[in-house]
Ligand binder design. Structure first.
Ligand SMILES: C[S@@+](CC[C@H](N)C(=O)[O-])C[C@H]1O[C@@H](n2cnc3c(N)ncnc32)[C@H](O)[C@@H]1O
Length: 233
């Protein structure tokens, strides 16, 4: 086994004792290349499904403004950049991952803060045609409140396209992701356009990375009634 693969396997082990707070520091201590290798090793298929759903949306094109929340080392930024998207901003709790994502050059801007803990920066409000998030709806990661920030970052009619392990997408589940989305739908702020299931994971590791079902979500911010029609698409 190569030393990169060994480092990636060692990182997998560290998820068994993931901290309940300061998740940014947890990721700060990881070598970005070993982290990327670990993501590859655990058969994390969610990014492929998220990307496929993004590419299906008729209102999204190379000029679309995109916000990748919890961007990590920049996996989604790279995938989107390869598809011709250029107006991509990122954010993540880990300063080290933000530096790495910036260095790789796929983001227009990238900054470090905790989503869901304070007000979304004013310049992010109502700005994006698409907000995407990969690997962030996980225990000890983003709180359900971050979903409202994602929606607040969207233009009216903008898309939220993300995915999570299916066991977390349950009414009454303690992290509250589904309940938050349901509440925003009831409030008339969000419309859930599509969901679909797929498999992820590998045998032989931590339960977190075991083969299991995930779900992708395609949602759209609902325009306020007095402001008229959905933009583009
Ligand atoms: C499993 S990694 C996924 C990273 C990246 N999206 C990818 O596809 O590889 C989870 C990321 O979410 C970030 N994160 C977790 N909670 C966060 C929060 N509340 N605000 C901002 N970033 C957060 C972590 O720092 C970490 O980089």
């Amino acid at each position: 086994m190569s030393s990169l693969a060994q480092d990636a396997k060692a990182l997998m082990e560290r998820f068994r004792s993931m901290p309940t707070e300061k998740i940014g520091s947890f990721y700060n201590s990881m070598d970005p290349e070993a982290y990327d290798e670990m993501v590859r090793m655990v058969n994390c298929t969610e990014s492929d499904h998220i990307l496929a759903k993004i590419l299906e949306q008729p209102g999204l094109d190379a000029s679309s403004e995109i916000y990748d929340v919890g961007c990590g080392t920049g996996l989604m930024g790279r995938l989107l950049h390869e598809q011709g998207f250029r107006e991509i901003d990122g954010m993540d709790a880990s300063e080290q991952f933000v530096s790495e994502a910036t260095r790789r050059g796929h983001y227009r801007s990238c900054e470090s803060f905790y989503l869901g803990e304070r007000m979304l920066p004013r310049e992010r409000l109502g700005r994006y045609d698409l907000v995407t998030a990969h690997g962030v709806w996980v225990p000890n990661h983003m709180p359900a409140k971050a979903i409202t920030d994602c929606v607040n970052a969207l233009k009216e009619g903008g898309y939220l396209i993300t995915a999570m392990r299916s066991y977390l997408w349950k009414k009454g589940e303690k992290h509250g992701y589904r309940d938050m989305v349901d509440m925003m739908i009831e409030q008339g702020k969000l419309q859930l356009l599509e969901t679909g299931h797929f498999m992820r994971g590998v045998e032989g590791g931590d339960a977190m990375f075991a083969p299991q079902e995930s779900i992708y979500l395609v949602a759209r911010r609902v325009p306020t009634p007095d402001r008229g029609e959905l933009p583009k698409g």
